[in-house]
Ligand binder design. Structure first.
Ligand SMILES: [Zn+2]
Length: 310
């Protein structure tokens, strides 16, 4: 892969001031294209979207989450930070409240069942004991019996936001430790059982080893609706963009003000740009790209040959 291709999507999105789209897959990697399936093959399974910020999921994973919910999953949202820094001209307290209200609207738009706000201070998560975040996640994984998670890639390169990589590292460790009978045994006295997470969908803002590309054409409208609910954050992005354009003596009429029309326009352009960049190499109109880690099936062949009924 050529270097300029590697960063092409990043530049396209960067012009708008939106998060960068994931990089293309490293050459030689096996890539699975996942498309919509009929029926509800995932009935009974549980997924959790775990991000520090409200808009992370809508930007990177809401199309795939919507697909899996249609196919039978029950889903939850775990927001690790309080998003207190993400507004354009509100106070700290107003910003927390604005984003909290937006999170409720996001829940409605996404079809996720419940939100758990861990409430850590935005932009300060590198000051926290990761063992504490991990312990809270282990509790939730056991309580909700989470099978599948969506979160930032703990091995994503050049990630500059500490909330992203701290959350990602806590999620990664909690996924397997939640299955341990000696990890936090007090949970078992409260009625919980060990429960490992078996599937992980990691997304990243920068270069990433992509091995799963999901066709989000059928759920793209839901992804748009999810990002539109992040009104406080979208106002922030639009007004930042307008301010930078004004410095260049430019304006985009469709983005003037900060009302519904400006949000609709911004969200549409941002997600169409990133969705097309992720999908174009695979013949898809819109896609989301992930590093996917599935269940360990290394013993399956042996089990098939040697296992007998109990
Ligand atoms: Zn974020």
């Amino acid at each position: 892969m050529e270097r300029r291709d590697f960063f092409k999507g990043t530049f396209a999105a960067g012009l708008l001031g939106v998060p960068q789209v994931p990089a293309q897959a490293a050459s030689g990697a096996d890539i699975v294209i996942e498309r919509a399936v009929s029926g509800t093959p995932h009935s009974g399974k549980v997924l959790a979207l775990i991000t520090p910020h409200l808009d992370d999921g809508p930007f990177f994973a809401a199309g795939t989450v919507a697909k899996l919910l249609r196919e039978g999953y029950t889903g939850y949202f775990i927001r690790t930070s309080n998003d207190e820094k993400d507004s354009y001209d509100l106070t700290l307290g107003e910003t927390v409240l604005g984003n909290e209200r937006d999170a409720r609207a996001f829940l409605q738009a996404s079809g996720l069942k419940q939100v758990f706000d861990l409430g850590y201070r935005n932009h300060r998560m590198d000051d926290l004991a990761r063992t504490e975040i991990r312990a809270r996640l282990i509790f939730l994984f056991r309580l909700l019996k989470v099978d599948t998670i969506f979160s930032y890639d703990p091995w994503g390169h050049y990630e500059e936001n500490p909330d992203h990589y701290v959350t990602a590292q806590a999620v990664e460790a909690a996924c397997w430790m939640s299955g341990g009978h000696l990890d936090m045994p007090e949970h078992f006295a409260a009625g919980l059982k060990p429960h490992s997470v078996s599937e992980k969908f990691y997304f990243a803002r920068g270069p990433q080893l992509v091995n799963r590309v999901v066709d989000i054409g059928p759920t793209f409208e839901t992804k748009l609706a999810c990002l539109r609910t992040c009104r406080t954050m979208m106002n922030h992005m639009i007004k930042d963009l307008n301010a930078s354009l004004a410095e260049r003596k430019l304006r985009v009429p469709a983005l003037a003000g900060a009302g519904d029309a400006a949000i609709d326009e911004f969200v549409k352009v941002a997600l169409e740009t990133s969705g097309r960049a992720a999908g174009q190499k695979y013949g898809l109109e819109y896609a989301e790209a992930f590093h996917y880690i599935g269940p360990d099936r290394s013993m399956e062949e042996y089990i098939t040959r040697h296992a007998v009924p109990l």
